[in-house]
Design a protein around this ligand. Sequence first.
Ligand SMILES: Nc1ncnc2c1ncn2[C@@H]1O[C@H](COP(=O)(O)OP(=O)(O)OP(=O)(O)O)[C@@H](O)[C@H]1O
Ligand SMILES: [Mg+2]
Length: 276
Amino acid sequence: MDILENFKNMSVEEANAFLEDLYSCSHDCSTCGADCSSRTKKPAKRVIAVISGKGGTGKTVVTVLLAMALRKRGLKAGILDADIVNSGIPHLLGMKEPVLGEMESLVPAKSPGGIPVISMALISEDPLEPVIWSGIDTAKAAVYLFTESQWAEDLDVLLVDMPTGAGDIALEYYTTMPFDSSLCVAVPGEAAAMPARRAVNLAEMLLVPVMGIVENFAEEGFNLSEVFSDIPVVASLPYDASLRRAADEGGLESYETDALDFLARAIEESLDFGEI
Ligand SMILES: Nc1ncnc2c1ncn2[C@@H]1O[C@H](COP(=O)(O)OP(=O)(O)OP(=O)(O)O)[C@@H](O)[C@H]1O
Ligand SMILES: [Mg+2]
């Protein structure tokens, strides 16, 4: 699991060889000794990382709305709140029941609408207690939650709400969790586009395809598809005070929008291709 530590201590040649190995992964672990994400069992048919370049773009809100849109289509979708320091999913869903530990594994708690959720906020006794671990330890905790949780056998999609950023912590997540793809939540503005671009580039460098950009706080006159000409903008959400209120009050599941429906349909259609 100490890929990042090893990576940091490698010479440039060794680091290049490591990245080359990642690029050329055959996903046949019987012929390779590397301890990488291909070794981690996938808990759902699709594991999708919800990422962003900057904080506060709406990753957590989009994760919940997408889970709702997937469930509206009859798919089984769960959420791993992988933002250990600032876990926000339970608040948006008004969840207080703790995650249960059973036979050394964690049983996801259910939102009022039935979304299975694993989150640090449902494990720690006091959600206001700051998590004062090193960045890498928080990444390891997230990977622990990922691997030790008892998701339903037939989970279609696991959405992973990622912490912000495209640095060493993100690298640890990408190299240890078997993501099929990612979605980048970005907001209008040249200054915000650059970090979003970096986040997209990191995912692509590590062979996690970016399915699309979700434009949040969308505004007239600024078109994110001009900034991301090579990646489709798959959903667009304007600022909506009633959304913010619903989220603040823990009632996001009662918020109705069709903004994520197209994306949910695309994910459903991708399931027809079977395991990837
Ligand atoms: N389209 C929207 N309209 C109104 N409010 C929104 C919208 N999207 C998000 N918000 C609000 O903006 C704030 C930030 O959203 P959110 O917590 O989802 O961002 P985040 O990217 O997950 O942040 P962090 O980087 O801290 O994890 C929240 O108060 C949320 O309710
Ligand atoms: Mg968040």
